[in-house]
Design a binder for this molecule. Structure first.
Ligand SMILES: Cc1cc2nc3c(=O)[nH]c(=O)nc-3n(C[C@H](O)[C@H](O)[C@H](O)COP(=O)(O)O)c2cc1C
Length: 191
């Protein structure tokens, strides 16, 4: 029996994305973001509260990086979603993580995260319904060697990322592979 739940932002899973930017004084800020995703091969959308320090930094620097947090850094990743650099100037320093300057965009790379997208802002939107949104062009991707398979492709098991559950606020490890895209449906195609 299906029950009406009303209007809810219920998409599953949600990503755990780490958005890194530079503050005015050159220190690093990182925030946790679930409400974002790909719009094209080289375009990512960030749905942000405009008051976050991250949003202000992005407007000023026109750049950011997006990292995929791994389970090893789950506590730091969650901390980046609780603390704000608006009220905690040493937010990043407290995390104990390391950062270096991207050579391509005016944003930091968090060295402890295994996969990072370097992005340049291509559009900033203010929509009456969806609010503040940043569209970024992915100009490069950096991956730790240990998350790559023999072909040089990112192996999701080695990446060891985790997902966010919008229903109850849980973080979940990724389970075993249960199918193959563009193949698992073939049996029905051939009926
Ligand atoms: C799991 C999780 C997901 C979040 N997703 C978003 C999001 O999609 N958009 C957003 O604006 N804030 C999101 N936040 C809240 C920000 O990460 C948080 O307000 C943070 O303190 C902002 O930091 P800043 O002010 O240093 O940029 C999320 C927080 C958590 C814990």
């Amino acid at each position: 029996m299906l029950k009406d739940l009303g209007v809810k932002p219920y998409v599953f899973p949600m990503p755990v994305l780490m958005i890194a930017t530079y503050n005015d004084n050159g220190t690093v800020d990182v925030m946790n973001m679930a409400w974002g995703g790909l719009c094209a091969e080289n375009v990512i959308a960030l749905n942000l509260d405009e008051e976050h320090m991250t949003s202000k930094n992005i407007v000023k620097r026109q750049a950011f990086t997006v990292s995929i947090a791994d389970i090893k850094h789950l506590e730091e990743a969650d901390f980046f979603g609780i603390a704000s650099a608006n009220t905690m100037p040493d937010k990043f320093e407290r995390s104990g993580l390391r950062a270096k300057q991207s050579s391509r965009v005016d944003a930091p790379i968090i060295e402890d995260f295994p996969l990072t997208l370097e992005c340049k802002v291509i559009d900033i939107q203010h929509h009456p319904v969806t609010g503040f949104r940043v569209m970024g062009e992915i100009v490069n991707v950096l991956a730790e060697e240990h998350i790559l398979d023999e072909q040089g492709t990112v192996d999701p098991v080695k990446l060891n990322g985790f997902i966010f559950d919008q229903f109850k606020g849980g973080y979940y490890a990724i389970g075993k592979r249960v199918g193959k895209a563009w193949e698992s449906g073939n049996k029905i195609m051939r009926k």
